[in-house]
Design a binder for this molecule. Structure first.
Ligand SMILES: *[C@@H]1O[C@H](CO)[C@@H](O)[C@H](O)[C@H]1NC(C)=O
Length: 360
């Protein structure tokens, strides 16, 4: 399969504007989940979509690779309880922490509750996210733009607050659900002046007129940039890596629900073909790989992008976070000064929310 792809690449190479080198992973590396054996895992947004599928995949691991405990951070207690049943049924222990991950203040509180429940975390999965169908940017009552608050800030607060738990084992993995839209829509460039404000672009540019395409992918880009800088300053033993699921319209992100409701059912196969849509089962595989494969031991600051223009996964070796499988580079992620500026500005912003007492 590798050879066929290589020869195809050579045949088609005049059509490519960029020539990328393709290295493929071995089947052993792709399917290995041994790192998860008897580990403590924390996941945000586990009750639906990709998060729920990650939980299902964890529950169906062979006995010797099953985690010891999974901590679920979710907004809905009843959904979290039914999700936890999937794990309990196969003798994986669970803990549930309820809260709104779009509220920085509540994320601080959830981190404190986590510290009261466990002494260490081996795998921290940042998965919760939203993709609004609003055509204008929306800000929360705390003044933060919604995608920035949920998709980005819950990541930075949880990782920094849970660092003592991540450094307790000899190694631990932070795994982030990233996105190719950082390149397709946000064009790899962060606009510091509209980071979390009401003002600024909302729709994507040509080729992505989806409502909120820009503001969604911009928050994703911030996630990638923060992870890039964090990978350099994290204590030894804590790795941080990003995985991209590709296009997975089966999730309940608002944008996908709306798309499904607007397009006549008989046209959906055609749309799915155009989007190279993947099922959730396929979409979580890059994440399962960075969580579980021993190939990822000691690797940090990488992006596992198994293509997004193909329905099936292309098992490329992970690249640095700023780089995509096709060789294109996100300018802002590749710039250490921009990444460290974002990291510092985020630290200051988080401090502000830490001060505010939780409203009851
Ligand atoms: C699995 O982890 C738990 C909790 O850390 C520990 O008590 C137990 O001994 C471990 N089991 C094995 C087989 O290593």
């Amino acid at each position: 399969m590798n050879l066929r792809f290589v020869s195809l690449t050579i045949l088609l190479s005049p059509l490519f504007t960029l020539s990328a080198s393709y290295n493929f992973l071995s089947a052993n590396s792709i399917n290995d989940r041994s790192y998860l054996s008897n580990k403590t895992v924390l996941i945000t947004g586990p009750t639906s979509g990709l998060g729920l599928q990650v939980v299902k995949d964890l529950a169906s691991l062979p006995t010797q690779n099953k985690p010891f405990k999974v901590i679920l951070l979710a907004r809905s207690e009843s959904k979290a309880i039914s999700t936890s049943e999937i794990l309990k049924n196969v003798d994986i222990k669970t803990e549930i922490i309820v809260g709104d991950l779009s509220s920085p203040n509540q994320v601080f509180r959830m981190a404190e509750e986590t510290k009261n429940l466990v002494n260490s975390i081996d795998v921290l999965i940042i998965n919760a996210g939203m993709f609004s169908t609003a055509t204008e940017r929306e800000v929360q009552s705390d003044g933060l733009e919604k995608h920035f608050a949920l998709n980005y800030l819950h990541q930075t607060i949880l990782i920094t607050q849970l660092l003592p738990l991540l450094t307790s084992p000899s190694s631990s993995r932070v795994c982030i659900m990233g996105s190719y839209t950082t390149l397709e829509f946000a064009k790899g460039k962060l606009d510091f002046s509209t980071l979390h404000s009401k003002e600024g672009k909302s729709m994507g540019g040509p080729g992505s007129s989806l409502p909120s395409a820009h503001v969604y992918s911009h928050a994703k880009l911030a996630q990638h940039m923060w992870a890039k800088h964090a990978s350099k300053v994290m204590p030894k033993g804590v790795t941080i890596n990003v995985a991209c699921p590709g296009n997975v319209p089966g999730t309940n992100l608002d944008t996908w629900s709306e798309l499904r409701s607007k397009i006549p059912r008989f046209l959906m196969p055609g749309v799915n073909w155009l989007l190279a849509s993947r099922t959730v089962e396929v979409g979580v595989q890059p994440m399962m790989f960075i969580m579980g494969s021993s190939y990822m031991t000691s690797k940090t600051g990488t992006f596992t992008d198994w293509s997004w223009k193909k329905k099936s996964l292309q098992y490329f070796e992970p690249k640095p976070i700023e780089e995509y499988h096709n060789g294109e580079v996100a300018e802002s992620v590749a710039d250490p000064q921009q990444c460290s500026r974002l990291y510092d500005e985020t630290e200051a912003l988080m401090e502000r929310f830490k001060e505010v007492p939780v409203a009851v």
